[in-house]
Design a binder for this molecule. Structure first.
Ligand code: ARG
Length: 651
């Protein structure tokens, strides 16, 4: 019988000495989060011994906290107990608990009672639980608990928009962060049982494409385009931008000084650019053919390059793909509601008039009749809603567009689409600086990847240390180079924090880096054998601290994934993996030490009984086998977490 079902889980608990059925709570998902088994029993016991409401007790349980070294904490004031001496609450409560097969005796601590899982049952419960799930561990989807994601059992739909580079300009650090975080967030939604559409919204329309078109007519080379399409387009765009700069500056200056810009913008590259984009919007064949060619080439390039990051988009949409019908709908509804107004030949929304004030004034349709970025984004929401009827849409875009998205959402509310607006979320993030300090002049996504891999390859060949399981082949360098980049850009703090990666070594083999995670993974993979199966385990060999620490951490994995999902913070998963690899590192270190001591030294340290002792080379084969089984399951958890982050295991 497996722990897939409540019956199976209760049968296992029965063998561990727990003979009461699992108390049920609405929030509790005992088939997906093993800690919920503990929460449920604890809430039930607490409600009985302290005579309080069981649901209140469930809500009063706080999760593990590394610092205080406990697994669950009962926050007593939340129980609303009647007491004459509130100060002695914890002491009074503490004496009412006894130890159970699942819990040791609690520890009173201020107004808290701290609980630690019993190490005599923990290893068997958690390893069996993970063993029954393996790659499904932490995911929703198995066991009919999809119902958690929607009322009728049909998974909810999420559109996750991320990466979204522009056809002409460089792939910058924010595009990279959007790509990495966006893919991780999409994986988190999928892991939570959602039906996910991964969408790339290319900047493939408007004035910049007009400028690129003008540049192409001056500097474009068919031959150069054939051999390196993206590189050549970038070069052309840079050249024309340089020539355009004085005109752009002059126009900005005129505007800042309150003079008209029409004269400056009516000639030179300005006029050529606007003419090109207007003809493109009007469907003139030459311009449209040029645009189509570069768009196709860009999509082909990105499809291959994203694949190196394990990313596959379901749709390459883009600013050019917004339907004229939706654009017309936005404009007519806004007009009808008295929100859209003409100003100086353009069409604008004065947000400051209709509120909120801070959003200022924005142009939706320019003097030449061209649509703006904002208008296209508003209309795109209507298109996507029609196409996907999503329950949620997430935009993973840098913080410098915070105001832009507030405008998009506000415009929809003006239109009366309040409900639709509540389904939209801008997942904003801070700037990562120092990419060029690390990698040199990189302008394309493939340059960034190649440069990181090259550095890794050099680091691998110059590194003196032996790294079990990792060679300095091209394949290792590719996987490790990309892992380091992903770990750096996922970040170690909250999304909104910006940071500089220029000061740290991207490829470092020490500290909390992508590489150290892979080294740990490779190392514990070495102990895997055919005999390392649950049926062969004598769990008494896993009751020492070093092992139970690892088990306590792997038990928390589904909780961590849930937190990361709810907060859109994939870095919570990365931080967790670092913590797990640290615990595993402690075991491996101990193992090495004991191996060293074992050579020629038969002293008193041999044998067991020492609380901190791990894989002693003189351990009986059953102990070694039990440890191998633990490593195997910890490795699975590392692998599941890495999969969420888009990291391929190196071995
Ligand atoms: N292409 C834009 C840029 O490079 C990002 C697009 C973000 N997505 C959106 N729906 N506006 O800045």
């Amino acid at each position: 019988m497996t722990t897939y079902s409540i019956d199976g889980l209760e049968a296992l608990l029965g063998e561990l000495g727990v003979n009461v059925p699992i108390p049920s709570f609405i929030e509790s998902e005992v088939l997906r989060r093993p800690i919920d088994i503990y929460r449920s029993y604890l809430a039930d016991t607490a409600s009985k011994v302290l005579e309080c409401d069981a649901y209140l007790a469930y809500e009063a349980i706080q999760s593990a906290n590394i610092k205080d070294n406990s697994d669950l904490t009962l926050v007593l004031p939340k129980l609303k107990l009647r007491s004459d001496k509130p100060k002695d609450l914890a002491r009074e409560a503490f004496i009412k608990f006894s130890s159970t097969p699942l819990f040791q005796l609690p520890l009173p601590d201020g107004v808290h009672l701290r609980f630690v899982f019993s190490t005599s049952t923990l290893p068997r419960l958690i390893l069996s639980y993970i063993d029954d799930r393996m790659e499904q561990y932490g995911r929703v989807g198995l066991l009919g608990d999809q119902t958690k994601t929607s009322a009728n059992g049909i998974p909810k739909k999420a559109v996750i928009e991320f990466s979204s580079p522009n056809l002409a300009t460089e792939f910058n650090s924010s595009h990279l962060r959007s790509t990495i975080l966006g893919a991780q967030i999409a994986n988190l939604y999928e892991s939570a049982g959602w039906d996910v559409v991964r969408m790339n919204f290319l900047g493939d329309w408007g004035k910049e494409i007009g400028l690129l078109g003008v540049g192409w007519n001056k500097f474009g080379s068919e031959e150069a385009f054939q051999s390196n399409p993206m590189g050549h387009l970038y070069e052309v765009y840079e050249k024309i931008s340089e020539q355009f700069k004085p005109e752009k500056d002059a126009s900005r200056k005129a505007r800042d000084e309150g003079r008209g810009t029409a004269e400056i913008e009516g000639k030179g590259i300005f006029a050529e650019r606007d003419g090109f984009s207007k003809r493109m919007e009007d469907g003139e064949p030459d311009e449209v053919n040029f645009w189509k060619r570069i768009r196709d080439a860009t999509i082909a390039y990105y499809t291959d390059t994203y694949e190196r990051l394990n990313i596959k988009f379901d749709e390459f949409s883009g600013e050019s793909q917004v339907s004229p019908e939706s654009i017309a709908e936005v404009e007519s509804v806004l007009k009808e509601k008295g929100i859209y107004q003409e100003s100086d030949g353009s069409w604008i929304i004065d947000f400051s008039k209709h509120g909120p004030k801070s959003l200022g004034v924005s142009v939706l349709r320019g003097r030449t009749g061209s649509t703006s970025y904002l208008l296209r984004d508003i209309a795109a929401v209507l298109d996507r809603n029609k196409k996907y009827s999503f329950d949620k849409m997430v935009y993973v875009v840098a913080a410098d567009q915070d105001v832009h998205f507030q405008k998009v959402f506000q415009a929809l509310r003006y239109m009366g689409h309040d409900e639709l607006a509540t389904k939209l979320e801008h997942v904003s993030f801070g700037k990562v600086q120092g990419l060029s300090q690390q990698l040199g002049e990189v302008h394309l996504l493939s340059d960034i990847l190649d440069s990181s891999i090259k550095q890794m390859s050099e680091a691998l060949s110059s590194d003196q240390n032996d790294h079990p399981g990792i060679d300095n082949s091209d394949k290792s360098a590719e996987i490790l180079g990309i892992t380091s980049l992903i770990a750096q850009y996922c970040g170690s703090s909250k999304r909104t924090t910006g940071y500089n990666i220029g000061t740290k070594k991207l490829v470092s083999f020490e500290g909390e880096t992508g590489t150290t995670l892979q080294l740990c993974y490779a190392k514990i993979s070495e102990s895997d054998t055919d005999e390392a199966v649950l049926a062969n385990v004598d769990y008494t060999h896993l009751q020492d601290d070093l092992w139970t620490e690892v088990i306590r951490v792997i038990a928390q994995y589904p909780d961590v994934v849930d937190v990361a999902f709810r907060s859109h913070e994939p870095s919570a998963v990365l931080a967790y993996l670092f913590r797990l690899s640290e615990e595993l590192g402690n075991c491996l270190e101990e193992e090495e030490e004991e191996d060293d001591n074992g050579e020629g030294d038969n002293g008193e340290n041999g044998g067991s009984g020492n609380d901190n002792h791990a894989a002693d080379s003189r351990d009986p084969p059953e102990a070694i086998l039990a440890q191998a089984v633990l490593y195997k399951h910890a490795r699975q958890v590392l692998k599941n977490g890495m999969a969420i982050l888009g990291i391929t295991p190196v071995v």
